[in-house]
Design a protein around this ligand. Structure first.
Ligand SMILES: NC(=O)c1ccc[n+]([C@@H]2O[C@H](COP(=O)([O-])OP(=O)(O)OC[C@H]3O[C@@H](n4cnc5c(N)ncnc54)[C@H](OP(=O)(O)O)[C@@H]3O)[C@@H](O)[C@H]2O)c1
Length: 269
């Protein structure tokens, strides 16, 4: 089976998505990149005019997303892979949560991610190396306190990927779940709490690129965080509840439960 050579990725103006584009362009892949902030995309296009296609749009705009995927397929003569990577996180607790924020997180992280995969599927069906991928999170394996909408969104996306993987396997379409731990990015820069095993963006993007090009079904990193999250995932419910309660208490004492850093306390644009 060939390697994916024409890839569409959402959420490429910063963080993991931006670094992933760089990692794939360095390997000779043609990439169509989606985000709302045009400057970062135009800068990539100036540096790689032959191989990077900028698509400036909001992924929650279904019609614009569908049209952009069609444009990418027409420009590259097809699509081999799509990576639904765009995502937002809004820290909150049961006392501070706003339903409009819950809606925004689920619209972006779940509905738009699923639409990205489904709108690309007809093009992938014509590819010799088809792959549907999404950036989920270990936060979807077992929810922690302080980011309930985010954890719920990632759990939903993981479930969707699991079902697609089973359904599409017979057609040779692979489905990749990319589950990072904590990685340095604009999103994590706003976290007020300590992040265990925080990984550099470039190193994380390298792992993502390798998993995409090998058309794997699961990848998670870094290893120590994967081991810790794997253990939490398998703990009996009551034991996990005790631990999570303890973490919530500790974060509340530190004043970081469901709180974003002051500099980034405004929700993502
Ligand atoms: N960093 C981590 O520790 C970590 C861990 C687990 C999972 N993840 C996941 O990794 C993905 C990337 O996050 P990141 O950490 O790299 O954060 P980031 O630097 O904030 O990047 C998020 C990207 O998503 C784009 N985006 C957000 N909403 C969008 C919308 N409505 N339409 C189009 N693009 C949108 C942003 O671009 P614009 O603002 O320009 O639109 C940006 O390029 C997310 O799905 C996140 O949940 C991250």
């Amino acid at each position: 089976m060939a390697d994916p050579e024409r890839i569409l990725i959402t959420g490429v103006s910063s963080g993991l998505g931006h670094a992933l584009v760089e990692a794939l362009l360095a390997r000779g892949v043609r990439v169509a990149g989606v985000a709302r902030r045009g400057e970062a995309l135009r800068a990539l296009a100036e540096r790689h005019p032959e191989r990077f296609l900028p698509l400036v749009l909001d992924v929650t705009d279904s019609a614009a997303l569908r049209a952009a995927i069609a444009t990418a397929a027409a420009t590259f003569g097809g699509l081999d892979a799509v990576v639904a990577n765009a995502g937002i996180g809004i820290p909150a607790t049961a006392d501070t949560i706003r339903t409009e924020d819950v809606r925004r997180v689920l619209e972006t992280n779940v509905v738009a991610a699923i639409e990205t995969l489904l709108f690309a599927l007809p093009y992938l069906r014509k590819s010799p190396a088809p792959l549907l991928a999404a950036t989920t999170s270990m936060a979807g394996w077992r929810a922690g306190p302080g980011a309930a909408p985010y954890c719920a969104s990632k759990a939903a996306l993981i479930a969707f990927l699991d079902a697609l993987r089973a359904e599409l396997h017979a057609e040779g379409i692979r489905v990749l779940d990319i589950a990072p731990g904590f990685v340095r990015s604009e999103m994590t820069a706003r976290n007020a709490f300590a992040m265990p095993f925080l990984m550099e963006t470039h190193a994380a993007a390298e792992q993502m690129a390798r998993a995409i090009l090998r058309r794997k079904s699961h990848v998670s990193f870094p290893l120590p965080m994967t081991a810790l999250a794997w253990m939490f995932r398998r703990l009996p419910d009551r034991l996990y509840d005790l631990l999570a309660r303890h973490v919530a208490k500790k974060l509340r004492r530190e004043g970081t439960l469901g709180i974003a850093q002051a500099s980034g306390s405004t929700p993502h644009p």
